[in-house]
Design a protein. Structure first.
Length: 404
């Protein structure tokens, strides 16, 4: 009975973030909590808490959760404001999740993870294709998840799946190229620009890892890879600049000249950024609390843009954390963002370490890029995905399981 329950828990922790995410959409984190909350308390009751939270990543996430809970309580105007710290429940639960996955790793862990992530990307593309070509939606999206949110998630899954070719050797390795390409196609179909910011950096990081670990630093491979990046970059720039991104050059010129920005979406973000900066200046050390992000920015919004107060956040991760937690909040943001990568650097030097370094690098880049124009951390969907990917990469993708 116990073994069956643990097997069910394992597959739930793998399938929900890697494959089912585009199908359930925003419901996915809540479905996962039905498994994760009992797992967290089982870890406590079995007196495994200290073992589960020995790693750097687990302790870093636990530190962030505790400090944020204190900050949000200090700055709270009501009980509900203090409870906003539970938007980061996944960060608290990371240690228990990674500990469980570490004890249930398998010899084919990399293949299993990368293929499940690839299937997830394919399902996301199919959902968007139905929305675009059958429902004829003006802004294609998947079920119960917006276009930008979905695009950021699929890019993370796509580049994670690509990592399968880094450590495996077979004639089917070329299939691992498809998930990141399909994720980019999906992003273009959804007409999302923000998620593409981190794309060239993630592609460059992937190319460097493959050049070093797969092709042993070959000059020929470097030249071929550079040519491929130039071709793909040019094709991507063409599609972006002939879609919603065609206003990008004019927008940059307007910003540099200090003139009015014609693109409405960009203009609204700049208005929010300006108001958020002024709100940060009013409480630069501990911020205003997560529940007061928008209300603290309201006095600095132009009258005609006051309706933006109904948005849930300022569309920039650093600014959200700055207004919510001041300088301390900014530090906590970078602790969250870099915790998986540092965890990979400190991980065992086994044969799968290059994969862990690669995978944590690309998801860090995707989340950093997405956070420049949207909320990634503190939003249940992306917080869940980031923590689960980190736990799967660092806990499950290793050669030997941890002692029970």
């Amino acid at each position: 009975m116990q073994q069956r329950l643990e097997t069910t828990t394992l597959w739930a922790l793998l399938l929900l973030p890697l494959t089912i995410l585009p199908v359930l959409g925003l419901l996915t984190p809540y479905a996962a909590l039905l498994v994760i909350i009992p797992l967290f308390f089982v870890t406590l009751f079995r007196r495994q808490f200290f073992s589960a939270y020995l790693s750097y990543t687990a302790r870093a996430f636990l530190f962030v959760f505790v400090v944020q809970a204190v900050l949000f309580t200090i700055t709270a105007d009501s009980v509900s404001d203090a409870l906003k710290s539970f938007n980061f429940t996944m960060i608290l639960a990371y240690g228990a999740i990674a500990w469980f996955l570490e004890r249930h790793t398998a010899p084919d862990a990399i293949r299993r993870v990368t293929w499940l992530a690839g299937i997830g990307v394919l399902l996301g593309l199919l959902a968007v294709a139905v929305s675009a070509f059958i429902d004829h939606s003006a802004r294609p999206r998947a079920f119960n998840v917006g276009p930008i949110v979905l695009s950021n998630g699929l890019l993370a899954l796509g580049f994670l799946s690509l990592g399968g070719a880094l450590v495996r050797r077979s004639r089917w390795d070329w299939l691992y190229l498809l998930p990141p390409l399909l994720a980019v196609v999906t992003t273009l179909l959804t007409q999302s620009r923000g998620p593409l910011i981190g794309l060239p950096f993630a592609a460059l990081a992937a190319a460097i890892f493959f050049w070093r670990y797969r092709f042993a630093g070959s000059l020929r491979a470097a030249l071929i890879g550079l040519g491929g990046l130039i071709v793909l970059g040019g094709a991507g720039a063409y599609f972006v600049l002939h879609g919603r991104g065609k206003s990008l050059p004019a927008t940059i010129d307007s910003i540099m000249a200090g003139g009015a920005v014609a693109d409405e979406s960009t203009r609204q973000r700049l208005v929010l950024y300006r108001a958020g900066w002024h709100a940060f200046e009013q409480s630069p050390w501990i911020g205003h609390g997560w529940g007061n992000i928008m209300s603290s920015a309201l006095p600095y919004l132009p009258w005609q843009d006051r309706w933006l107060i109904h948005l849930p956040q300022l569309h920039n991760d650093v600014l959200n954390f700055a207004v919510a937690g001041g300088v301390i909040g900014i530090v906590l943001y970078f602790v969250i963002l870099t915790a998986p990568l540092i965890g990979a650097l400190l991980s065992p030097r086994d044969a799968l370490r290059p994969f862990r370094l690669y995978a944590t690098t690309v998801i860090t880049i995707v989340y950093a890029g997405g956070g420049l124009t949207d909320l990634m951390f503190g939003f249940e969907f992306h917080t869940f995905l980031f923590v689960m990917l980190a736990a799967i990469i660092l806990g499950y993708c290793r050669e030997t399981p941890a002692a029970a």
